[in-house]
Design a protein. Structure first.
Length: 148
């Protein structure tokens, strides 16, 4: 079980630092973390009834961590700036293996981000530029080790 009240920092950017101010909520807030999926690789014989061979050995692949959250800004431009900062750290650096420390309640894992996903909604555009804005996001990370 992950404690969603703790701050989680990934590559120097806080993913769970939202604070309520007199003007509203500002920062990033994690809504969900799912680290339960582990890719399993196994040879399976499609003609098992015919020749008696049904499966081969099992190999564990990557553990997949899915995180979703919301980035809040005190204005629309502040929210866009914050989501751009978050987007920058959610891609691996080219020419590297791309695994970085991700501290979870259960321990720190080495995770490779697969890019930030933001679904833009019509309600995020228009209005006054000084209005606050919350931008929902999600990211998928592959862990180097399937264990936690």
């Amino acid at each position: 079980m992950c404690d969603l009240q703790n701050d989680i920092s990934f590559r120097g950017v806080s993913l769970n630092d939202a604070v309520a101010t007199s003007s509203g909520i500002v920062g990033n807030q994690i809504e969900t973390i799912d680290h339960s999926e582990v890719a399993i690789r196994q040879f399976r014989e499609p003609l098992a009834l015919k020749d008696g061979i049904d499966v081969g050995g099992v190999w564990l692949g990557a553990r997949i961590v899915r995180i979703s959250g919301v980035t809040y800004g005190s204005s629309r431009s502040d929210a866009m700036s914050r989501i751009a900062s978050l987007e920058a750290v959610m891609l691996p650096v080219s020419g590297t293996f791309g695994f970085y420390a991700l501290p979870l309640t259960e321990g720190t894992v080495q995770a490779q981000p697969q890019g930030l996903r933001v679904v833009w909604d019509r309600r995020m555009t228009g209005g006054d530029s000084s209005d606050q804005l919350g931008i929902p996001w999600s990211v998928v990370l592959y862990c180097a080790d399937p264990g936690l």
